[in-house]
Design a protein around this ligand. Structure first.
Ligand code: ADP
Ligand code: SF4
Ligand code: MG
Length: 331
C-alpha cells in the first residue's frame, strides 16, 4: 500500500444542525454532530471509523460527499481530474466528482428501490454519469459487476425483496462500483446483517479493494467489525476524533482514555484479552446540543483534570505517528 499519497484531506470539518423552535420558530441552538474533524485518507487504505451511536459517524460520511452541506471546513479531494476543495463546489460542479466517491449505506433493506430490478438499480448511476455508453456496454458492465460481487447473471431481472440482506448489500456494492470510484464511504455496511454473513461481505469488500484499487472509509460502531479490514482506525467521541492510528497501535496500545475504555468493552478473539481490565465509563454521553466546555470527554474521563474544562484539546501527532486529542497522555 502506498501510504504517502493522500486522496482526501479533511480540515476542521463541522456540521452543526440548527434547532428551530420558540414562538418565532427561530434558531434556538445547534446539534454539533461533527465539531472540527482533521484527518487524511490515504490512497489504497481502509480507514476504519468507530464510535458509539450518535457520535457523528454517518454525518461525517454524508458531509464528505456533500449529501449534507457542512457548516465549515475544507475537503481537499485529490481527484483523477486534479486537486479540488469539494466545499467550494455547488451541486452541478460537484457531479463529476460524485462519480469518484461513492457511498454504501447501512440498511440494504431500505436503500434499494423495491420497484426496480437489480439490473435497473445498478444501471441508474451509469445513465447519470456515463451518458455516452451504449445499452450493450451498460448491460456488459452490469453483468460484469454482478459477477464480481458474487451474484448470478440470471438474477438481474429480479427485485430486491427476492434477495437476502447479504445479497442486497452485494447489490449496493455493485451499484457503488459502476462509476469506477476511487473512494468508497461505507457507512456500517454490515451492521444490519447476520453475524455469519458479516465476514463474507467484509471479505468481498477486501477482495474488491485489491482488484479495483479502492480506498475505503469504513464506518462501524464496534471495533471488532473493523479489525480485519482497517489499516488505520479513527476513534470518534461526541463529534470529534479522540485518537487515530495504525490498527495495531489502536488495538494493542490504545492511548486515549476513551479508546482504552472502548477497547476494554470489545470482545476480541485473543483469549488472553479476557484478563484485560474492563473499564466501565460512568454516566452517559453528553448531548451534542449541549457539549461540555473544553474536552468533550471530560465528564466521563477517568483521568480528567481541572484544566480539561478550559481548553479544547489540540489534535496532535505523537512520536509513534498516532494522532490524539488529549494533552495528558503520550506514547
Ligand atoms: N439531519 C439531522 N438533523 C439534526 N440532527 C441530526 C441530523 N442527523 C444527525 N443528527 C444528530 O447528530 C448526531 C450524530 O448523528 P450521526 O452522525 O447519525 O451519528 P452516528 O452515525 O455516529 O450514530 C446525533 O445526535 C443525531 O441525532
Ligand atoms: S483532555 Fe482531559 S478529559 Fe480529555 S481525554 Fe485528556 S485527560 Fe481526559
Ligand atoms: Mg450512523
Amino acid at each position: 500500500m502506498n501510504k504517502k499519497k493522500k486522496i482526501l484531506e479533511v480540515k476542521n470539518l463541522k456540521m452543526h444542525f440548527p434547532i428551530t423552535g420558540g414562538l418565532t420558530n427561530g434558531v434556538v441552538g445547534h446539534v454539533k454532530a461533527v465539531d472540527g474533524l482533521n484527518f487524511d485518507i490515504y490512497e489504497g487504505e481502509a480507514l476504519g471509523m468507530v464510535g458509539e451511536s450518535g457520535c457523528g459517524k454517518s454525518t461525517t460520511g454524508r458531509c464528505l460527499i456533500k449529501l449534507y452541506e457542512p457548516t465549515e471546513g475544507e475537503l481537499i479531494f485529490h481527484s483523477k481530474r486534479g486537486k479540488v476543495d469539494l466545499m467550494q463546489l455547488d451541486r452541478d460542479s460537484m457531479r463529476p466528482y460524485r462519480s469518484e466517491i461513492q457511498m454504501i449505506f447501512q440498511d440494504p433493506y431500505s436503500s434499494l428501490n423495491p420497484r426496480m430490478t437489480i439490473r435497473s438499480i445498478i444501471e441508474e448511476p451509469l445513465l447519470i454519469h456515463e451518458p455516452n455508453m451504449t445499452a450493450q456496454e451498460r448491460n456488459d458492465k452490469i453483468l460484469f459487476l454482478m459477477e464480481k460481487v458474487g451474484l448470478r447473471k440470471d438474477q438481474a431481472d429480479r427485485y430486491p425483496h427476492e434477495f437476502s440482506g447479504g445479497q442486497r448489500q452485494r447489490i449496493g456494492i455493485a451499484r457503488a462500483l459502476t462509476t469506477n470510484p476511487s473512494l468508497i464511504i461505507a457507512d456500517e455496511p454490515v451492521s444490519a446483517l447476520d453475524v455469519s454473513v458479516q465476514a463474507q461481505v467484509i471479505n468481498l469488500m477486501m477482495d474488491l479493494q485489491e482488484e479495483f484499487n479502492l480506498t475505503y472509509l469504513f464506518i462501524a460502531h464496534d471495533l471488532s467489525v473493523v479489525e480485519h479490514i482497517s489499516t488505520r482506525i479513527a476513534v470518534m467521541y461526541l463529534g470529534n476524533i479522540a485518537e487515530l492510528g495504525e490498527s495495531d497501535q489502536i488495538y494493542n496500545q490504545p492511548t486515549h482514555p476513551y479508546t482504552k475504555a472502548l477497547l476494554s468493552a470489545t470482545p476480541v478473539a485473543d483469549p488472553r484479552a479476557d484478563k484485560k481490565e474492563r473499564i466501565i465509563l460512568e454516566g452517559d454521553v453528553p448531548s451534542p446540543t449541549d457539549k461540555p466546555s473544553g474536552c468533550g470527554f471530560r465528564t466521563r474521563c477517568p483521568i480528567a483534570q481541572a484544566s480539561c474544562a478550559d481548553e479544547i484539546p489540540e489534535f496532535r501527532t505523537l512520536e509513534s505517528g498516532r494522532e490524539i486529542a488529549c494533552p495528558h497522555v503520550s506514547d
